[in-house]
Write a protein that binds this ligand. Structure first.
Ligand code: 3HC
Length: 685
């Protein structure tokens, strides 16, 4: 049973019981509807609805969204609750999200535990509330609040919900609180839908629309939510509900919603390879080598997960810098209200920075975040081998270097693994877990489990230059530079990719990170680069000119006052000049052509990555591109997007480009196979 009922005196208790998150699927809807009749037959004085397992309800069951809706529909169930002569009270523990919050709104009163959260995250799944959220919420919390809550999708704490009148009380024991509500008081509460509708202030709608275009560019659902509220405000509830429902169902079937659902489940579905069944090693004390931006971010993420952390540095200045870096992250978290003073103190009490490797003799994991040089890494790993227990796991945070080479610096290479964090390491959710040829199962399981403990998305990848993310990024940049040299400008290319949905284009992004990093990589790759492959020299010229990005005041753009950005005609001339030297007749690419080339280049590279077994699934590549590299979330990730274009079409376009450059545009064998077999990329491995 997904809903159980019991009676105590004249009070009915209705428990939603659908582990793990009490998602509101068909059986829950049926159970709730039956409970309405049950309470009325027994002429109960009130019904208290709550969730089993410390969780009210996480919303409609999104796994049902790919099939046609089945009766009873949630809006009808909630109408029955709303109109029942037996008043319902919601006792909210854990979360009441989406449909869960809509159940609560259909109740006469809402009581929450202090740590519970309530909200409408539907837009993050590409839909709008579909069971009365857009209709009842404005009546309860006013227009501006409801527009912000529904179009922003961010859940509220119990206190914030109380402050705006969304709930009636906070109680450590919400069930008891609901039981204790005075019967007369309950009888006087006006149902949400009978409260007066707020005034439809055009300025409030305009502000909400502006906010959405800033925060969710390209996404349909937040805009549609605002439209629905504007259209239906003041309409009779049944008319409003019908418009809301129609919009919800339309959006549910849209490409954006399908893409967002795909990512929602992919994010939760990252798994270890099936043949890896070992238990994780126990982690208490972790050593981090290097206290720069990356090392201190990693250290803070580990402290957050309750671990003891020692940063190892080479000299006293390094120790001071590590201490300062970690302290400043702690202070920033404190300021943002993410932790309290006690939390800050307990984290710092578990932290130490030192030059003394003997202080990590009991650490069972070390994560090296030192300078990106094979010589440096090998020295560090040899030192770690001496300092840590013989079975401790030794991880490198390298972004590009060969984990197998690093592993050969120690006598037991099975202990070595790559853990590619993304900056800032305590915030970015992606973690590439790099499995070397010799990496042991226990090292893999321990790092994967650690990633989950850090609340990150672990993606297991194999060894190659740049692993999954940076390898695709390198091809993206190469394609961009080629387009630039052959007939465009960095700003036109950036604009084309922003129109596609990236928060910034490849040149703006490179100016932020610095052109020197990619330059060092190109020099490292000189020895192994295919001499036949066309080389685009513009980025090297930029480095020769000292244009390294924002930090030097000029990169692909100029930053005359440190922040404001202007296009740089000298940079545009570099493209023209290099094309002239190479005897290339430049063409004028429009935004569609630019986008097509850059996206096809990435798709083709990603298909090779899948073909070579570096990534284990197309969904893993989607996670890497969205959570590490800014691919628009609402497009579902690179491979999901490719499947939506259709593989046969992609192959035809790549074959056409092959006529221009047979090496750069060689079509991936995996794409050829998918096209021949008529299958999607996601089904290819
Ligand atoms: N539908 C189906 N399954 C869901 C789900 C949902 N709404 N929410 C969570 N799950 C599943 C997850 O896929 C996962 O399954 P798995 O164990 O098989 O991998 C399991 O529940 C646990 O989820 P998490 O790993 O995310 O657990 P956490 O404890 O980290 O987080 C949570 C719990 C905060 C509830 C989080 O899962 C969440 O935010 N869920 C989505 C909430 C949401 O978007 N609700 C709106 C749905 S749309 C709607 O309600 C429309 C309505 O207006 C008609």
């Amino acid at each position: 049973m997904s809903v159980t009922t019991r009676q105590e005196n004249n009070v009915g208790f209705v428990e939603i019981d659908n582990a793990p998150v009490n998602a509101i699927g068909l059986s829950v809807r049926q159970g709730l509807l039956e409970a309405v009749g049950w309470a009325e037959r027994l002429m109960l004085e009130r019904v208290i609805v709550h969730g089993r397992g410390g969780m009210f309800a996480a919303g409609a069951d999104a796994r049902e969204f790919d099939a046609p809706p089945v009766e009873p529909h949630l809006p009808d169930v909630l109408n029955a609750i709303d109109k029942s002569f037996v008043p319902w009270v919601a006792a909210i523990d854990g979360v009441a999200l989406g449909g869960g919050a809509e159940i609560a709104l259909a109740c006469r009163m809402r009581i929450m535990t202090p740590s519970a959260r309530i909200g409408f995250p539907e837009v993050t799944l590409g839909v709008i509330p579909g069971a009365g959220g857009t209709q009842r919420l404005p009546h309860v919390v006013g227009l501006a609040n409801s527009l912000e809550i529904i179009s922003g999708g961010k859940p509220l704490t119990a206190q914030a919900a109380l402050d705006i009148g969304l709930i009636h009380d906070i109680d450590d024991d919400a069930l008891h609180g609901a039981f204790m509500v005075n019967t007369e008081e309950l009888g006087c509460v006006v149902p949400a839908q009978d409260l007066p509708a707020p005034v439809a202030d055009p300025e409030v709608f305009a502000r909400a629309r502006k906010q959405v275009s800033l925060k969710s560019p390209g996404q349909h659902a937040p805009r549609r939510a605002i439209d629905v509220i504007e259209t239906t405000i003041g309409l009779p509830i049944d008319e409003g509900l019908a418009i809301e429902r129609q919009t919800f169902l339309e959006l549910r079937d849209s490409d954006q919603a399908k893409s967002l659902r795909h990512l929602f489940f992919a994010e939760r579905n990252t798994k270890l390879p099936a043949d890896v069944v070992t238990d994780s090693a126990e982690l208490v004390h972790v050593a981090v080598v290097g206290g720069g931006t990356m090392g201190s971010g990693i250290a803070y993420a580990l402290l957050n997960a309750g671990l003891t952390v020692t940063i190892l540095e080479t000299d006293d200045a390094g120790v001071q810098r590590a201490n300062a870096n970690v302290n400043s992250i702690v202070e920033a978290s404190l300021k943002r209200g993410l932790i309290d003073r006690l939390g800050a103190d307990t984290r710092l009490a578990r932290f130490n920075a030192t030059t003394n490797y003997s202080s990590v003799s009991d650490a069972t994991l070390a994560i090296e975040a030192a300078f990106e040089s094979m010589d440096v890494k090998r020295v560090v790993f040899a030192a770690l081998e001496k300092a840590l227990p013989a079975d401790a796991i030794l991880a490198s945070n390298t972004s590009y270097l060969d984990v197998n080479d690093i592993a050969s610096a120690v006598s037991d290479p099975t202990r070595v693994i790559g853990l590619h964090f993304f900056a800032p390491a305590h915030i970015m959710k992606l973690l590439e877990v790099v499995r070397g040829d010799e990496t042991s199962d226990i090292a893999l399981v321990t790092c994967f489990t650690l990633a989950k403990r850090l609340r990150k998305i672990p993606v297991t990848v194999g060894v190659c230059d740049g692993f999954v993310g940076n390898r695709i990024l390198a091809r993206y940049r190469e394609a961009a530079d080629t387009v630039f040299m052959d007939g465009s400008t960095p700003w036109d290319i950036d604009e084309a990719m922003v129109e596609f949905g990236y928060a910034m284009g490849p040149y703006t992004a490179q100016d932020l990170s610095g052109l020197d990093i990619a330059h060092a990589n190109r020099r490292r790759q000189d020895a192994t680069r295919d001499p036949e492959r066309r080389y685009i020299p513009i980025a090297d010229r930029m480095v020769e000119l000292g244009k390294l990005g924002r930090k030097t005041g000029a990169g692909w753009y100029r930053y005359p006052d440190g922040t404001g950005r202007v296009d740089d005609p000298i940079v545009a001339d570099l493209g023209i000049e290099e094309a002239h030297f190479a005897g290339i007749k430049r063409v004028d690419y429009d935004a569609d052509e630019i986008r097509e080339r850059l996206l096809l280049a990435m798709i083709n590279e990603a298909a090779d990555i899948l073909h070579e077994g570096i990534a284990r699934s197309a969904a893993d590549i989607d996670l890497v591109t969205v959570f590490g590299y800014g691919f628009p979330r609402w497009r579902g990730g690179l491979m999901h997007y490719a499947d939506s274009l259709g593989v046969s079409d992609i192959v035809l376009k790549l074959q056409k480009l092959q006529n221009e450059d047979g090496i750069a545009w060689r079509v991936s064998p995996l794409l050829m196979r998918c096209a021949e077999q008529g299958i999607k990329i996601r089904d290819a491995v």
